[in-house]
Ligand binder design. Structure first.
Ligand code: DTR
Ligand code: ZN
Ligand code: ZN
Length: 434
């Protein structure tokens, strides 16, 4: 158990212990049947930032409302969530004569009369790629959502994630969402968590001081890490949580600072320098180099801690894994190749959300068509060919409804490269049965 995990467990145990003193409360989250959040891989979060950077670079240097880079960002996030089993909706709106997009992703399950929602604006300003502002918040909640899927997390309260358009133009996308949400649906949102700039290069650790339960959830987490926090004082009205607060929905969130200068007292507390928290705020230098990894890591883990804690769900016991890690070369623009696993000892059919782990190393992954082939030959397309997806590698877990398939037998991952020049290989293929 690494230090961070040990401290996190202590934080959780501390909270539970407080309850213990107040009454008969199990000593650990697990004994309470409430799952503890998994560690969020900052490497995965940074990969999402690298992908968003690539999108901005390929689209005029930004991901702003009304520009190609923003829609490409929406498509990128949506594809990952669709593959992970989320129910996604793209909500369109018009602002300044151009179409804007909100992406809403619901995790199936949980009490839909009690919705725990997490959001981040996905748009940048026109002057730069917006990696800290706000790729950082967008990537952190994306990786948390993917962690929910990988864990097969079963929340007591329903989970909803959102990526907002046109925040930089005045909270336009989130306000459109709230204004078009019937009051009966608004009343179901038990809390909205906002993450806007959570990886600033000269970071502070600020917690919104709105809803006290949400605020305490975040403050307890950072106390468990031994990281002091301060109340976010300039946040009112400054980001998408305002759209929800304005209609009476409990809100909270995290922030690592923008153009304000870190004081010497804050430097004593957090390190860094008495300069701007983010000297590249709304500038062209807000690139992947404009991120403090420690702040991004801590805040990503805080996002997951809050989501798990506030939705008080459970994680099913680990399943039975069948894996093939033999490398299989993929012929350039050639015949399909396969990697297979022989599933045995599983009773009945496969589950309606069969986790399919795919690890393919390949430049310009858009060349590839990736399928799951069941023992009876039924083909489930995991990833279609895409002439525009220039990012590298396919390393994700898909969720497949394989409930009509008998579980035992030989399952195959089939990969075909349908365009010339880029090459690669299957690095791994994994199926997990409950
Ligand atoms: N308005 C946000 C940045 C920002 C400035 N202050 C705060 C406080 C809390 C959250 C966000 C912000 C933007 O430029 O997107
Ligand atoms: Zn901004
Ligand atoms: Zn922002």
């Amino acid at each position: 158990m690494n230090l961070s995990v040990r401290r996190r467990t202590l934080a959780l145990a501390g909270t539970v212990l407080a309850g213990l003193l107040a009454g008969a409360v199990p000593a650990t989250a697990e004994e309470a049947g409430v799952a503890a959040a998994p560690d969020i891989s900052v490497a995965n979060v940074k990969q999402h930032l690298a992908d968003l950077q690539s999108i901005a670079t390929a689209n005029g240097g930004n991901r702003a409302h009304g520009r190609a880079g923003y829609k490409a960002s929406i498509d990128f996030v949506k594809a990952k969530l669709d593959a992970a089993g989320f129910t996604t909706t793209v909500q369109t709106f018009t602002y300044n004569g151009t179409t804007g997009y909100n992406l809403i992703a619901d995790w199936p399950g949980g009490d839909t009369n009690q919705v725990v929602m997490a959001g981040a604006h996905l748009d940048s300003v026109t002057s730069g790629p917006g990696i800290n502002d706000n790729g950082s918040g967008s990537a952190a909640i994306l990786e948390t959502a993917l962690a929910v899927s990988r864990a097969g997390y079963q929340p007591a309260k329903h989970l909803r994630f959102a990526w907002w358009g046109a925040e930089e133009l005045g909270l336009v996308g989130s306000r459109y969402y709230v204004n078009n949400l019937p009051s009966t649906e608004r009343a179901k949102i038990s809390g909205y968590l906002n993450f806007d700039m959570i990886g600033s290069p000269n970071p502070g650790y600020f917690v919104y001081d709105d809803d006290p339960v949400i605020e305490k959830t975040f403050k307890d987490y950072f106390a468990g890490l031994g990281v002091p926090t301060e109340i976010e004082t300039e946040g009112d009205g400054r980001s998408d949580h305002a759209s929800f607060k304005n209609v009476g929905i409990p809100v909270g969130g995290l922030f690592t600072g923008a153009s304000r200068t870190k004081t010497s007292a804050q430097v004593q507390k957090w390190g860094g320098t008495t300069t701007a928290f983010d000297r590249c705020y709304h500038s062209s230098c807000d690139t992947t180099a404009n991120i403090n990894d420690t702040a991004l890591d801590r805040n990503s883990d805080a996002v997951a801690h809050a989501i798990w804690t506030l939705s008080s769900g459970t994680t099913p016991p680990p399943g039975k894994v069948f894996e093939n890690t033999t490398d299989v070369s993929i012929p350039d623009n050639g015949a399909a190749v396969t990697s297979s696993v022989a599933v045995t000892g599983i009773t009945g059919n496969a589950p309606s959300s069969l986790p399919v782990g795919v690890d393919i190393i390949h430049t310009w992954r858009g060349d590839l068509v990736v399928d799951l082939v069941a023992p009876d030959g039924t083909v489930y397309n995991l990833k279609p060919y895409s002439s525009s997806d220039s990012a590298d590698n396919v390393q994700t877990t898909y969720s497949v409804n394989a409930s009509s398939e008998v579980a035992n037998g030989t399952w195959r991952l089939r990969v075909q490269d349908r365009a010339a020049q880029d090459t690669g290989y299957i690095n791994g293929f994994k199926l997990t049965f409950p």
